[in-house]
Design a protein. Structure first.
Length: 227
């Protein structure tokens, strides 16, 4: 075991973790740069980005209502930290859920922008379990050799110990960490609940450039995990 360099929380090894795949969801998805505004119009970027987060939150709520109580979070910027914010709010409201934070290597926070470090630290402190899939505390990411697989190993650990994925995944992005995680889970015959920017655009067709109307529409969506 070692402490996180960002939050100071003790970090466990995967071997110390007892999985419950049937109750566990793997969160995966893109970063903010992959959000494509409605009609490629920059004036719609805010509402499109809001739609991505509202859909992500709604899918998490649906999963919880369907009986999933454990959520893997890969602690990356974008989807992971957006999901973590919603999961933390659920815990504060009394929902009995477990957040399992999985870092790819101890020094992963070195690749974060300054403004994201505080969010990462809060997320790590809120995790019920904080794991690292690399046992070497001094390892850093490189594009060759053993270190090139650090993110893959994190992704595969979450995929192999879950029965369902919630994914913000643009369909042409298979050569990404998100695509890698989804492919692994498909090979494991897991359930994939995914949405992309086109799904958000279809809702904007109905609600227009109105964030509140968009949120209300998404909150009324039927639970895809039930029935």
């Amino acid at each position: 075991m070692f402490r996180s360099l960002n939050s100071g929380i003790w970090v466990s090894s995967p071997e110390q973790f007892i999985p419950e795949p049937q109750k566990t969801v793997c969160i995966t998805g893109h970063r903010a740069k992959s959000i494509i505004p409605y009609d490629n119009d920059p004036s719609y970027l805010k509402v499109t980005a809001a739609g991505v987060r509202y859909l992500l939150n709604r899918y998490i709520d649906m999963a919880f209502d369907a009986g999933y109580t454990t959520f893997f979070d890969g602690l990356a910027t974008g989807t992971d930290l957006w999901a973590a914010a919603h999961l933390m709010n659920m815990k504060r409201s009394g929902k009995e859920i477990r957040i399992i934070g999985v870092m790819p290597f101890r020094k992963h926070a070195l690749y974060f922008r300054e403004k994201d470090l505080a969010v990462l630290s809060e997320t790590e402190r809120s995790c019920d379990v904080l794991l690292c899939t690399c046992s070497d505390p001094d390892m850093v990411y490189m594009k060759s050799g053993f270190a090139k697989n650090l993110y893959r190993d994190r992704n595969f650990f979450m995929a192999d110990n879950s029965s369902t994925a919630i994914a913000f995944f643009n369909k042409d992005a298979w050569r990404t960490g998100t695509g890698q995680t989804i492919s692994r889970m498909k090979n494991n015959n897991c359930r994939i609940a995914s949405f992309d920017c086109e799904d958000v655009h279809k809702i904007i067709d109905i609600t227009g450039n109105d964030v509140n109307a968009l949120r209300e529409y998404i909150n009324e969506m039927t639970n895809i995990f039930i029935g």
